[in-house]
Write a protein that binds this ligand. Structure first.
Ligand SMILES: Nc1nc2c(c(=O)[nH]1)N[C@H]1C(S)=C(S)[C@@H](COP(=O)(O)OP(=O)(O)OC[C@H]3O[C@@H](n4cnc5c(N)ncnc54)[C@H](O)[C@@H]3O)O[C@H]1N2
Ligand code: MOO
Length: 420
C-alpha cells in the first residue's frame, strides 16, 4: 500500500463501525493530496477572481503629498478666522501644484486632489468664503489640518497592500491599480477535465439512444467548475466500455484534476475503477457516508488526482459542492475551506437520520414576521434535478441525527453563498 492509499488512524477506527468514510475525512484526504498550481503573471483585468501567488507592494505613496479633500482655499490656520480677508496669490488644481508659498494673510485657490502649497495648514471650504477678485473673505474659522489628506494616508511605497493567497475582488484590483501594479502573479486557473460515462447518455440536442437519457452532469459540473475559478474541459462521453474509458482517461495528464461521473457504483456496468485500473490508477478511497454521493471515488492516475462522482445528477452536483469546490479552491491557492454553512430554523419536522450524512434539498422562505425558515423537499431522490434547481439550501443532517420538531435550528449550506 503506497502513502497515497494509507488510511489515517481515525479512518481505521470509523471503519470498524462502517465501510463508509465520513464526509469530513474524505474532504480532508482530498485536500491533503492537492497542491496549488504554479504562478503566472497576468494583466490587471485578467486578475479578478484569481488567487495571488505573491504579495503585492505599493510602487508609490498615496497620496504622494498632502492634498486637499475639498474645493476651497489653502490658508494658514492662524489667518483664517471669521471676518478676516485674505489675498489670493494663485491656484492649485489637481495635477498642477502651486510652486510658491502661502504667506501671512494669503490664500491659494485649491481644488479637490490639488497639492497643498507650502505654508498652508488648512483648507477653507469655498462654501465658507466670499471671493471678490483676489480678496477672499473668511465666513467661518478653520481649524489647522482641516480638509487636508496627509501624504501616505492611503498607503506607502514599498509596503504590502495585498497578501499572497487572497482571492482578488474588484476592490483589490482597484488597490493594485492605484498602487501602480499593472501585472500580478496569480495561480494558474486549475484545469479540470470532466468525463461523463455511460452507454445511455447523449449530449443535449443529440439523438438519444433507445432507453437513453440526456447527459446533464458534464454541463452542470463545467458551470460549477467555472464558478469556482477553475477552467473546465469537457471530454467526449465515454460509453460503458473499459477501453473507451481508458482511452479518454489517457488525456488525464493534461489536467490538474480529472473528474468522472457515472460508473462509480457496484453494477457490472460501473466501470470507472476497472477501466482506470488498467492505466495504473491508484485508489485512495471509495464509498463515503454521504447521501447523495455514497459511491464517491478518490485516487490518482499518474500525477493527476481523480475524483469519481456518482452518475445520479443530484449526487454529482452535491458532491461537487462538498468536495469539488474546496478542491478547486486548494488547487487555486486557497485553503479549500468546506462550504460555508448558516444556522436556519426548519419550518417542518425532520425525520431522524441513518448512517449517511444527508444533504436535504430545501427551500428558504420568510414567515409573517420576516424570519428566515427552511423547508426540506418531501422527495429527495438523487435523480431529481428539478428539486435541486428549485432548492435554496442543503440542510445538513449528521449521521444518526435525531428527529427534529418544526422550529428547531439546523445547519445548512445556502447555495447562493457559493454561486451554485
Ligand atoms: N446495488 C447497488 N446499487 C447502487 C448502489 C449501491 O450501493 N448498491 N448505489 C447507488 C447510489 S447511492 C448511486 S449514487 C448510484 C451511482 O451509480 P454510478 O455512479 O455507478 O452511476 P451510473 O450507474 O452510471 O448512473 C446512475 C444514474 O445516473 C444517470 N447518469 C449517469 N450519467 C449521467 C449524466 N452524465 N447525466 C445525467 N444522468 C446521468 C444514469 O442514467 C443512472 O440513472 O448507484 C446506485 N446503485
Ligand atoms: O448516494 Mo446516491 O447519490 O444516494 O443516489
Amino acid at each position: 500500500m503506497s502513502a497515497w492509499c494509507t488510511r489515517p488512524a481515525a479512518s481505521r477506527a470509523s471503519s470498524v463501525a462502517s465501510d463508509l468514510l465520513p464526509v469530513e475525512e474524505a474532504r480532508a484526504r482530498i485536500l491533503a493530496a492537492l497542491a496549488p498550481t504554479a504562478a503566472e503573471t497576468v494583466a490587471l483585468p485578467e486578475a479578478a477572481g484569481r488567487v495571488l501567488a505573491r504579495p503585492v507592494a505599493a510602487r508609490l505613496t498615496q497620496p504622494p503629498a498632502d492634498v486637499s479633500a475639498m474645493d476651497g482655499y489653502a490658508v494658514r490656520a492662524a489667518d483664517a478666522v471669521e471676518g478676516a480677508t485674505l489675498s489670493m496669490i494663485g491656484s492649485a488644481p489637481a495635477g498642477r501644484p502651486f510652486a510658491g508659498e502661502v504667506g501671512p494673510g494669503q490664500a491659494v485657490r485649491i481644488f479637490t486632489g490639488g497639492f497643498v502649497p507650502a505654508g498652508a495648514e488648512a483648507i477653507l471650504l469655498q462654501e465658507d468664503a466670499t471671493a471678490e477678485g483676489t480678496a477672499v473673505r473668511v465666513n467661518e474659522t478653520v481649524k489647522a489640518g482641516r480638509w487636508i489628506r496627509r501624504r501616505g494616508l492611503d498607503f506607502t511605497e514599498g509596503h504590502e497592500v495585498l497578501a499572497a493567497g487572497r482571492k482578488l475582488t474588484a476592490r483589490d484590483i482597484g488597490l493594485a491599480a492605484a498602487s501602480n501594479n499593472p501585472w500580478l502573479a496569480v495561480h494558474r486557473k486549475p484545469r479540470i477535465g470532466i468525463l461523463a460515462t455511460g452507454d445511455e447518455i447523449a449530449l443535449p440536442g443529440d439523438p438519444i439512444p433507445a432507453g437513453g437519457i440526456v447527459s446533464s452532469n458534464a454541463h452542470a459540473l463545467a458551470a460549477l467548475v467555472k464558478g469556482a475559478g477553475g477552467d473546465p474541459v469537457v471530454l467526449p462521453i465515454a460509453p460503458d466500455d473499459t477501453h473507451a474509458i481508458a482511452e479518454v482517461a489517457g488525456t488525464a495528464h493534461a489536467f490538474d484534476l480529472l473528474v468522472t461521473t457515472g460508473g462509480a457504483s457496484v453494477g457490472e456496468h460501473d466501470l470507472i475503477q476497472k477501466a482506470l485500473g488498467g492505466e495504473g490508477f491508484e485508489l485512495g478511497f471509495w464509498k463515503i457516508a454521504m447521501r447523495p454521493g455514497k459511491p464517491l471515488i478518490w485516487g490518482r492516475l499518474g500525477r493527476t488526482p481523480v475524483l469519481g462522482l456518482p452518475g445520479n445528477p443530484v449526487s454529482a452536483l452535491v458532491c461537487g459542492v462538498v468536495f469539488l469546490i474546496p478542491a478547486i479552491g486548494r488547487l487555486s491557492g486557497l485553503p479549500g475551506d468546506p462550504p460555508p454553512t448558516r444556522r436556519l430554523i426548519t419550518a417542518v419536522p425532520i425525520a431522524e437520520n441513518d448512517r449517511r450524512a444527508d444533504h436535504l434539498r430545501s427551500a428558504i422562505s420568510y414567515d409573517s414576521e420576516g424570519r428566515m425558515r427552511v423547508t426540506p423537499a418531501e422527495m429527495q431522490d438523487s435523480s431529481m434535478l428539478a428539486t435541486l434547481a428549485r432548492a435554496d439550501a442543503l440542510v445538513l443532517r449528521a449521521p444518526f441525527a435525531r428527529a427534529l420538531p418544526a422550529g428547531a435550528e439546523v445547519e445548512a449550506i445556502v447555495l447562493a453563498d457559493l454561486g451554485v
